[in-house]
Design a protein around this ligand. Structure first.
Ligand SMILES: N#Cc1ccc(Nc2nc(N)cc(-n3cnc(CCO)c3)n2)cc1
Length: 287
């Protein structure tokens, strides 16, 4: 279900940090195209050797992304296995993870943030149509392909990354640490996630985008995080009531109460046209 890339055709460049249980590098892959050598810039995602027995789940995530194609879904070129090394070869997305981009203090406008939220909602709607569960929607897994420039009025462009190893494979502590992105019902039954779980994560991700990439419940330990769900708590609401309303609808503890993707997109569209956007063209960056 995806192509195997020869290890010899890959070249590693600088390390770019790590995801969960993976290390990422900038790299290059060489193809022979019509007798011509063609070098493509790629992102090499290596599964930690300690988790090599999760390789099926790691590649399962890759194959999910390569079976369907959508403008806001990351392109996965294929996989490569070399000894104990399991490598996913992805398109290199120019500006990297959105959470880091926002934390770097780029002051972006409210309409920039809404545009990104809408693109994520359309990716989610596409996955819903295909009845595909993602399972790891968060700002860290949104990759920025185009910055967008307010002066030229060009808008940002994001791509949703692969979900990585499924939480069910990773055990309770990892699930707890993913509070508040992981839906509460996943804690009860991690083996049967539903599409509604992705809507909860969408709510938490929109909260991140409007909080300049700062993680919600940052620094909370696993005990406190578990209590957050046990007490049916909600994230601190935005002072923009309509936005806070959308986020809390998505983060309903009752999965059935979460809005459909169509409703999410409709609500985002009405937020985009509201006068709040004009009044708050560029929020002062509050770190
Ligand atoms: N400075 C810088 C810089 C860093 C990275 C990229 N590009 C890129 N392309 C991808 N396909 C995936 C990622 N990526 C980033 N963090 C994760 C882990 C969480 O998913 C994945 N980054 C571009 C610029």
């Amino acid at each position: 279900q995806f192509n195997i890339i020869k290890y010899e055709d890959l070249k590693w460049d600088i390390s770019l940090g790590q995801g969960s249980f993976t290390r990422i590098f900038k790299g290059y892959k060489t193809d022979i195209h019509k007798g011509e050598k063609q070098v493509t810039e790629v992102l090499l995602k290596e599964l930690d050797v300690a988790h090599k027995n999760s390789w099926e789940s790691f590649f399962e995530a890759a194959s999910l992304m390569s079976q369907i194609s959508h403008k806001h879904l990351l392109l996965v070129y294929g996989i490569s296995v070399h000894g104990v090394k399991n490598i996913m070869v992805q398109e290199f997305v120019k500006y990297g993870a959105l959470d880091l981009y926002l934390k770097r203090g780029r002051s972006v406008s409210v309409s920039w943030k809404l545009d990104v939220a809408k693109q994520l909602a359309s990716a989610l709607s596409f996955l819903e149509e295909k009845n595909i569960f993602h399972g790891n929607i968060c700002a860290k897994n949104l990759l920025l392909a185009r910055e967008g420039d307010p002066l030229q009025g060009s808008s940002p462009f994001i791509k949703l990354s692969d979900p990585g190893i499924s939480v069910a494979m990773l055990g309770e502590d990892v699930i707890l640490d993913r509070i508040p992105w992981v839906a509460p019902e996943v804690l009860e039954d991690p083996d049967n996630p539903t599409l509604e779980c992705d809507k909860w994560s969408f709510g938490a991700t929109v909260w991140e985008i409007f909080n300049n990439g700062n993680a919600p419940l940052r620094g909370w330990d696993l005990k406190l995080k578990r209590q957050f769900y046990e007490a049916f708590q909600q994230l601190p609401p935005s002072q923009w009531t309509e936005l806070a309303e959308l986020i809390s609808q998505c983060m309903s503890y009752q999965p059935a109460f979460r809005p459909s993707c169509r409703s999410i997109i409709r609500q985002l569209n009405s937020l985009i046209t509201s006068d709040y956007v004009i009044l708050h063209a560029t929020e002062p960056v509050t770190q």
